[in-house]
Design a protein around this ligand. Structure first.
Ligand SMILES: Nc1nc2c(ncn2[C@@H]2O[C@H](COP(=O)(O)OP(=O)(O)OP(=O)(O)O)[C@@H](O)[C@H]2O)c(=O)[nH]1
Ligand SMILES: [Mg+2]
Length: 356
């Protein structure tokens, strides 16, 4: 399960700068594999200091972090959904992402032109919201005739889908996000294949001036406090080797790059966590939804593991580290045998037994 996130925002707000910083192999992440699939799609490791701690104990051949895929698209302008700029065309590239990261300009640099000639985060967020809603409305309206035909065939599910889509068209038409419409689980599921943009969770990133990083929290947007970082500074940071990067961060009073906070915030937004496997071949982080049980967690490694799941041997990260690994945990009686109903915790070291 690789999590994917589409980056949106007005033009010139620093989306590509952030994307480049995210996907460039910086000194602080030198041990991690990276990939840029195409110029606009990059796979980024989720920084997790626990991986190195485990690796120092197990001495694996490699460390494999969890990853997030980011997709960078061109800026949206007012009227994008009506054909202004290239916006709408690019929105297709982020339809199938799990979440949206919206970059909002807070930095003041007068050398960088703002499309509306002024710095106004609230108004910018409003513009983007409306464009995404319009894009979804267009998607729904395009799909309605076909859905109506399907619904007439008498299938209950298709009838529900059509009714929900019609209700949603009205909702979107009055400038409201799809995610805020009340829906039953069945109704929500019926709309899944429309891949609506405003159904996705949004992470707001405030691209602030370098000297504003670390200032007190910004005003909430849509009920959530935006994550403040300086894209340009992050881009400079990844150019440095590990020692220089650490020194630069320290001089700004920071312990980690904003990108690490961004990856974590994305995890939190989507209700995700990691468990680990640790062996001579690799120490690896795997992504699962919070609340996942052991077989589902095993299925992230391979679907056979889920189907043939027998049990899991597991220790908490804390026990594993303080007791000196698997053998130490076994001696101390802290290596547990868990079955199908075990709810995996963040940081658990898992070893699955399964039938094939
Ligand atoms: N001062 C300052 N300038 C920045 C920052 N982030 C980006 N810029 C500058 O803003 C300009 C636009 O940055 P991009 O990252 O290309 O913006 P974008 O959002 O990808 O723009 P489009 O792709 O056209 O939509 C560039 O000149 C950047 O150097 C920042 O944090 N501070
Ligand atoms: Mg760009």
């Amino acid at each position: 399960m690789s999590l994917s996130i589409g980056i949106v925002g007005l033009p010139n707000v620093g989306k590509s700068t952030l994307f480049t910083a995210l996907t460039k192999k910086g000194g602080l992440a030198a041990n991690y594999p990276f990939a840029t699939i195409d110029p606009n799609v990059g796979i980024v490791p989720v920084p997790d200091a626990r991986l190195q701690v485990l690796a120092d104990m197990v001495h694996p051949e490699r460390i494999v972090p969890a990853t997030v895929e980011f997709v960078d698209i061109a800026g949206l302008v007012k009227g994008a959904s009506k054909g202004e700029g290239l916006g709408n065309q690019f929105l297709a590239n982020i339809r199938e992402t799990d979440a949206i990261c919206e970059v909002v300009r807070y930095f003041t640099d007068s050398d960088v032109v703002h499309v509306d000639g002024r710095i106004d985060p609230a108004s910018d967020v409003d513009t983007i919201r409306t464009e995404l809603i319009f894009a979804d409305l267009e998607t729904v309206e395009k799909a309605l005739p076909r859905m109506e035909k399907d619904a007439r065939r008498g299938d209950k599910e298709l009838a529900l889908k059509f009714a929900t889509a019609r209700r949603l068209a009205d909702w979107l038409g009055s400038d409201r996000r799809a995610s805020s419409m009340e829906m039953s689980d069945d109704e929500r599921a019926s709309l899944y294949d429309l891949h609506l943009l405003t159904m996705k969770p949004v992470l707001y990133v405030a691209n602030v001036d370098e000297d504003a990083v670390g200032d007190e929290a910004l005003a909430p947007i849509d009920g959530s406090v935006p994550l403040a970082l300086c894209a340009q500074m992050e881009a400079e940071l990844v150019e440095l080797d590990e020692a220089d990067a650490k020194e630069y961060l320290a001089s700004l009073g920071m312990e980690e790059p904003g990108l690490a906070r961004l990856a974590r915030a994305a995890y939190q937004l989507l209700g995700l966590q990691s468990y680990f496997t640790a062996g001579p071949l690799e120490v690896r982080a795997w992504t699962i939804p919070i609340g996942a049980k052991a077989p589902q967690a095993a299925g992230v490694i391979h679907s056979d593991f889920e189907r043939g799941f027998i049990k899991a041997e597991t220790a908490s990260y804390e026990d594993y580290v303080t007791l000196g690994g698997e053998a130490g945990c076994r001696d101390a009686g802290r290596l547990r045998q868990e079955g199908k109903e075990y709810v995996v915790h963040d940081g658990d070291i898992m070893h699955f037994k399964f039938n094939v």
